[in-house]
Design a protein around this ligand. Structure first.
Ligand code: XMP
Length: 510
């Protein structure tokens, strides 16, 4: 496997993805990973990521220089290249000019990372983002490529398997990026493309079986992709030793989880306990308008109900949970970030109930989870469901949640989803939904004045929900959705479209 040491670059995750796309397993660890642990992982290659820092900063992130003694190929990318240079005795200077964006690379050596590409001196478009640059390569290194602002845009050690590049091979703007990474993992490291979903399933199933033994496992099924895939995977490993609990908060969309529940009940022998908490949640949300307060009440309520059900089962020792790789990386990242919103998951439960966690998706990215789900036989409509927040429609109704306002939002949302699906846009966007605003506006219907609710439409494009752009839906589609909502949903006389990106807005309105 390839170990990526993370120095805090925005694109570190992309490096891992690009490598996994080549069917080679790769993991990200903070640059502070102790050398002994790194050695114990028996990496076939090590990649040093980029960073917003400069090697000249007082508290610059430096990894253990012992990695160059492991006898393992090392690739330094951007900051990683500068770090390697400094650690091995070269010099890095602050450049007068930042090099940012597309640049032309002139390759002077067509072996190593540039093997199989065109004959030198070929020119390639690469993506740069740096203000420091390598001035003097470390002893034993030769320059293999240059760019207008980087005389040392790529380097290789003449005897050891160390290579460094100033550009970012992981971003799509670097047209030769995949070739460069392939040359590193297959050429220099000698990896083989053996990491597939099928091998992942076999390994994980065996691991879960060995770990769980005769004990019982519970899992919160939400209707979303992650929990469905976890349930299917754990069920494949231990069958009836797994019990799923589905809590209906009454804040779900029309028919939201029914299809997933139906699938599990009809197509598999998975045991699902189904609890209806509609009354409970509605009364606990009564009169509450503050978004954080709503989130907390829904979150705690969920845990309370889930826990009560779980306690009825005997010998439960584990909680299976759909934690994904981006969550793991976020939480081990050395740059602590304050949470913007208190996200809803079964937080706190494992400690309270003294449960151990089983998180079989911790190493996967979202698209890999989807692939895994399909491989496990989950239906496509469950796999390609858009993300839906744990607190459900509760945070899409601005102001207090009531049964009547829920009903309005549900009807409007059903129209949005139907139109998005019919037009083929549902899968093209990251999320698309309706939000009910806490105001009323004046309208005219027939000959009479109306004074009714406003629905805001939200549709965004995103890779990972960390950033998002509002989707440029066709006017015609927007028009159709608006018309239908105003005509078919009683109590709504106006529809608006949200054209804000994240940041500074967020995807959800609360
Ligand atoms: P925001 O609104 O923070 O949302 O831009 C980012 C993504 O997370 C989803 N979301 C949640 N998911 N529990 C969840 O499981 C939550 O409490 C929650 N809040 C937001 C949101 O739908 C978007 O995909």
């Amino acid at each position: 496997k390839i170990i990526i040491l993370d120095f805090g670059s925005q694109t570190t995750q992309l490096i891992a993805r690009r490598i996994r796309e080549q069917k080679v397993y790769s993991e990200i660890h903070p640059y502070t990973l102790p050398l002994a642990e790194l050695r114990a992982m028996q990496p076939t290659g090590i990649i040093l990521s980029g960073s917003p820092a400069s090697v000249h900063d007082e508290d610059a992130p430096f990894s253990d220089a012992g990695i160059y003694e492991l006898g393992v190929p090392v690739l330094g990318i951007c900051y990683g290249a500068q770090l390697m240079t400094v650690q091995l005795g070269g010099q890095v200077e602050r450049a007068d000019k930042q090099e940012f964006g597309k640049a032309r690379l002139t390759v002077e050596y067509t072996g190593g990372l540039f093997a199989g590409l065109e004959i030198a001196p070929a020119r390639f478009q690469v993506w740069m983002s740096h203000s420091d640059r390598i001035k003097e390569p470390a002893p034993g290194f030769a320059v293999t490529a240059t760019s207008p602002d980087s005389p040392c845009a790529a380097l290789r050690h003449l005897e050891k398997p160390f290579v460094a590049i100033q550009f970012h091979p992981e971003v799509v703007h670097t047209l030769i990026g995949t070739d460069v990474l392939r040359n590193f993992i297959f050429g220099l490291c000698g990896c083989r493309p053996e990491w597939t979903m099928q091998s992942f399933i076999e390994d994980t199933v065996a691991e879960i079986r060995a770990r769980v033994g005769d004990d019982q496992v519970i899992c919160a099924l939400s209707g979303g992709v992650d929990s469905s895939v976890v349930a299917a995977l754990v069920h494949r490993a231990i069958g009836d030793q797994l019990t799923c609990i589905y809590v209906d908060t009454g804040l779900m969309r029309t028919g939201e989880s029914a299809s997933v529940l139906r699938f599990f009940r009809e197509k598999t022998s998975l045991q699902v306990i189904d609890v209806n908490g509609t009354e409970f949640f509605l009364s606990s949300l009564e009169g509450i308008a503050d978004p954080e307060e709503k989130r907390k009440r829904i979150g705690y309520g969920f845990i309370e109900i889930f826990e009560a059900e779980a306690r009825k089962l005997a010998n439960v020792r584990y909680l299976a949970q759909g934690t994904l790789y981006p969550d793991v990386i976020e939480s081990v990242s050395f740059r602590g970030k304050a949470p913007i919103k208190s996200h809803h998951n079964v937080g706190g439960l494992p400690e309270r109930m003294q449960l151990d966690l089983i998180e079989p998706l911790r190493e996967l990215f979202k698209d890999e989870v989807r692939e895994l789900g399909l491989e496990l036989g989950l239906p496509e409509e469950a796999i390609y469901r858009q993300p839906f927040p744990g607190p459900g429609l509760g945070i899409r109704i601005m102001g207090p949640v009531t049964a009547q306002r829920l009903d309005i939002l549900r009807r409007a949302d059903a129209i949005v989803l139907e139109e998005m699906k019919d037009s083929g846009w549902y899968r093209k966007v990251w999320q698309s939904f309706a939000v009910l605003l806490p105001i009323q506006t004046v309208g005219v219907m027939g000959d009479s004045r109306t004074y009714e609710h406003v629905i805001a439409l939200r549709a965004v494009d995103s890779r990972d929900a960390m950033t998002a752009d509002w989707s440029q839906l066709p006017y015609e589609l927007l028009g159709r959705i608006s018309n239908r909502i105003i005509n078919e949903v009683r109590g709504v006389n106006r529809v608006v479209y949200d054209i804000s990106s994240k940041p500074p807005a967020t995807i959800e309105w609360e």
